[in-house]
Write a protein that binds this ligand. Sequence first.
Ligand SMILES: [Zn+2]
Length: 315
Amino acid sequence: MQTERLLEITRSILAQPTAPFHEDAVRAEILMQLAQCPHVTAEQDGFGNVIACYRRGAGEARYAFAAHMDHPGYVGEEFLGGVPAEYREKNPPVRDFGAFAMWDLPAFELREGRIFSRACDDLIGCAAIVALFHELEKTGAEACAYGLFTRAEEVGFVGAIRLAQSGRVPTALTVVSLETSSEKGGPAKMGAGVIVRVGDRTSIFDDAATASLMATAKQADIPVQRCLMSGGTCEATAYQLYGYRSAGLCVALGNYHNCGPDLQIASEFVSADDVAGVVRLMVAATTTPSPANPHAALRARLEAEAAGYARFTKM
Ligand SMILES: [Zn+2]
């Protein structure tokens, strides 16, 4: 996908205000963007999560890419989401949206290859899925993939749990949680490529699905980092609890949950190249057949190497 197009999609989604349980504007923008894709259907469950599906040709979907539409913020007098009290006690300026308020920070700024926003987490994930669908549509890909856009992740995966409980997402799918994840949570470097997230603070994800995404990235020559991002817990953990095979993709995030240096509330930021990498990897995972069983390939290589030492193992 062309950078300009990706940035346009990203800008339009980041422009929408959001908070836990107040994702309406983000959802409306996502639905509007998806309506431009003739092969995408989008429906809502009873809680207001969005289940979208791109389908062209007879192929079965293998992946459901999932992102959440909320971001920590004030809802009435309460602050919902994980921002330490030391930051909030300083009463940083907020912007009022009626039922909720966000930090008074720009919605979108592009500086030196980085996207700065009051809410990269997780509107960048939402934008990446929309970009995936637009790219599949534009290239006429014969493929099938789901996109899940959930509510109220920041207070404990409320939307993802409701969606998993609803049984509306086929359990044969691998759910790939898309996140921005604190750079502090691992050795990942911002700008060094999409991160295949092997786990989070709470659990580890499916090994075969993780290996498959790594193999797809290498095959398509997409810069990739393989890391445990333990700075937070993501929706992959929640979906996994309901029996879904789960994996994670993320981009390194600066100023996680708007926590800047010196206890100042600040814009979150990500590398635009990393976001482009996530979209490329999702496109590749959707449009290329699953790489041959990555475990079988690894076993064959290790056995061949071991055979080279047979002379030392003769009794
Ligand atoms: Zn978050």
